[in-house]
Design a protein around this ligand. Structure first.
Ligand SMILES: [Fe+2]
Length: 386
């Protein structure tokens, strides 16, 4: 996150002696991205974070591709993903390319038996249903309906859920996820025309500092494989850190919509970006106020990006027969637009209650077996007039 945060105790000067009450040294770790060029934090552990006892297992979790090259607009019934007890096994990759994966999950149990770390992807976890606490070695974040949790690569975490009824929409991005560059000044501060600002971003305030030795299982994901690594010290043994690289939360309900006299294009909804995709939030807002405006979007060709929409709540104005939890995929190369009747239906409406997350990827998405199972098979014909 492009602003400074400090949590717990740290020495006044970096890379200097920082001692425990018993006189021994805390173990410093530089936790950085993009070599030494990207955002980083300086972390102080009770113990050296390098104490691997054993690598027990290594297994492949790459999604099985059903359609490598897809030209069919798809509607995926996301709530048909079956709830599963285990957090990692509950995550089903439905669409994927070399930059990112779109994952749906309905985990029923908190992740308590092991720790998880994704080494090559930032994870953006959108909470559609459920509440709880994301617990990380850089501090904890409470979450509820509508929250985006941004977990940068390399963060070791567990996740606690308050109940069994949870629905998550997860974007796993192999490129770092940032706030949109055009909303930042040259110091990184979010500008006045940004739809949200630093006050809306929740930073970790609670740090668990476990001074424990033993056997701690961390499931480490690297290049679509899980390595089960046993560490000799508790992964949450951090007493303090400072820097720019830490997990944070942002609620979709804190996104302030940008509206206009005529239909506003998708970039006004942009919330996050990488150099391989954009992530947008469609939130309840007033419609366009030109006397002849058509609030529904025009037909459009995303010639060079695939468009994924995840429907969260409210009526989605441009679509017929869309329910919460569904994903539509509009593939690059062919136009799509409002369903028959939707443009007329939208005229005269003054506001919308729609809530949705959109991911536009610059490379085409492949459809996985888990994804294709959710498809109704008929969506691509839904623009035909009767
Ligand atoms: Fe679109």
């Amino acid at each position: 996150m492009p602003f400074y945060h400090k949590l717990g105790k740290i020495p006044p000067k970096r890379h200097t002696q920082f001692r425990k009450p018993d006189g021994s040294l805390y173990a410093e770790q530089l936790f950085g991205t993009i070599g030494f060029d990207g955002m980083y934090s300086n972390i102080y552990h009770e113990y050296r974070p390098t104490q691997v006892k054993e690598i027990k297992k290594q297994y492949n979790v790459a999604p099985k591709i059903a359609r490598a090259n897809n030209m069919e607009s798809l509607r995926l019934k996301g709530f048909n993903v079956k709830p599963e007890k285990d957090y990692l096994s509950s995550r089903k990759t439905v669409l994927t390319n070399s930059d990112c994966s779109i994952i749906l999950a309905a985990p029923q149990e908190s992740l308590k038996d092991y720790f998880y770390k994704n080494t090559d992807a930032d994870e953006l976890i959108f909470i559609h249903k459920g509440s709880g606490k994301l617990r990380t070695f850089l501090g904890n974040l409470d979450f509820k309906y509508g929250d985006y949790l941004l977990v940068p690569r390399g963060i070791i975490y567990q996740i606690d859920f308050d109940t069994e009824d949870n629905r998550l929409f997860i974007v796993e991005s192999r490129r770092p996820i940032y706030t949109p560059k055009r909303y930042r000044n040259w110091f990184g501060q979010l500008l006045e025309h940004s739809p949200y600002c630093e006050r809306d971003i929740r930073k970790p305030q609670e740090l668990e500092s476990h001074d424990e030795k033993g056997e701690f299982l961390v499931k480490v994901k690297k290049r679509d494989e899980i390595f089960e690594m046993v560490y000799a010290t508790h992964p949450f043994d951090v007493v303090g850190y400072d820097g720019y690289n830490f997990p944070y939360a942002f609620s979709i309900h804190d996104f302030e919509p940008i509206t206009g006299r005529i239909h506003q294009p998708p970039p006004v909804h942009q919330t996050f970006e990488t150099d391989a995709m954009v992530i947008c939030s469609f939130v309840p807002r007033l419609y366009d106020y030109h006397p002849d405006s058509i609030p529904a979007p025009y037909n459009h060709s995303n010639i060079d990006s695939d468009e994924v929409l995840y429907y969260v709540d409210g009526d989605f104005m441009s679509r017929n027969d869309i329910e919460a939890g569904q994903i539509t995929l509009h593939p690059a190369g062919i136009p799509h637009g409002p369903h028959p009747g939707a443009a007329e239906r939208s005229i005269g409406k003054t506001e919308t209650e729609e809530l949705a997350v959109m991911v536009d990827t610059f490379k085409p998405l492949q459809v996985t077996e888990d994804g294709l199972k959710l498809s109704d098979g008929t969506y691509y014909q839904s623009w035909l007039e009767e």
